[in-house]
Design a protein around this ligand. Structure first.
Ligand SMILES: Nc1ncnc2c1ncn2[C@@H]1O[C@H](COP(=O)(O)OP(=O)(O)OP(=O)(O)O)[C@@H](O)[C@H]1O
Ligand SMILES: [Mg+2]
Length: 248
């Protein structure tokens, strides 16, 4: 029985899609079966980060509305055969049948170790659709005060809507900026958001480069790749110390 995990944030652009793609890579590289779903209707872009642009002829809405079978709607990664993907719809006006979406996610949860759903920014309908399907939730924030406040609000809304395990990932961490007091430090973010910490990801230009190429970060030498791998291992229940970039 797999786990359905939704990746959400309050503020946009904090790194939900980046985390979703890189967790999918890390888990698949560890031999887990993973399906990533783009729940960001209208503004989808998980396909680019996964290197699966135009690889799937159908999308999530086609599956939910019965225009294709589940099997027809799933794309398979070229080099990681245990990584599968369902794109979001380009139709920003699309209304999802929430119960059908949840049924699909539960069904996929019986066939994959992990179902990762990339949410749209904010706390609107799309966020609620994605939350409704989840068994577990990751709230992403950066150490910027605006993102932290929105993440705290989002965590409170989740707690009011659903009882589920919810954890925090702090992305785009810049140690020197934090040391100088320009950004919130990790304790301040955790206090404001009031969620347990699942991991830290450094600010790293290599993430931008590989995201635009749809490529997998070099696992051996990339500090960011190590951070994503640590988060993946914590999802697996392992006790992993914080990434070395933060401890040094
Ligand atoms: N750790 C990081 N270091 C440097 N750049 C990053 C990092 N994480 C994400 N980015 C960059 O930040 C931008 C936004 O990332 P991403 O699209 O993952 O955010 P998002 O939360 O999914 O955005 P949206 O709310 O629009 O869906 C991208 O250009 C991405 O490459
Ligand atoms: Mg996104």
């Amino acid at each position: 029985m797999g786990t359905v995990i939704s990746i959400v944030s309050g503020k946009g652009g904090v790194g939900k899609t980046t985390l979703c793609a890189n967790l999918a890579f890390s888990l698949a590289l560890e031999g887990r079966s993973v399906i990533a779903i783009d729940g960001d209707m209208g503004l989808r872009n998980l396909d680019i980060l996964l290197g699966l642009e135009s690889k799937a002829p159908y999308d999530l809405l086609d599956i939910l509305d019965g225009r294709c079978s589940v099997g027809q709607g799933i794309a398979v990664h070229d080099t990681l055969p245990s990584l599968h993907f369902i794109p979001g719809s380009e139709d920003y006006t699309a209304k999802i049948d929430r119960r059908a979406f949840r049924r699909l996610c539960r069904w996929l949860g019986n066939h994959y170790d992990y179902v990762l759903i990339d949410a749209p920014a904010g706390v609107g309908e799309g966020f609620r659709d994605v939350l409704f399907c989840a068994q577990r939730c990751i709230v992403v924030s950066t150490p910027d005060l605006t993102a932290v406040r929105d993440a705290g609000r989002t965590a409170a809304i989740i707690a009011g809507l659903r009882q589920m395990r919810t954890e925090l990932v702090i992305n785009k961490v810049r140690k020197q900026m934090i040391k100088k007091g320009y950004l919130q430090n990790v304790d301040q973010v955790m206090d404001s958001v009031s969620l347990p910490l699942l991991g830290l990801v450094p600010h790293d230009d290599e993430i931008v480069i590989f995201s635009n190429r749809g490529g997998i970060l070099p696992q051996n030498r990339s500090v960011a790749a190590q951070a994503f791998k640590n988060i993946a291992r914590r999802l697996e229940g392992e006790d992993v110390p914080l990434a070395s970039f933060w401890r040094k």
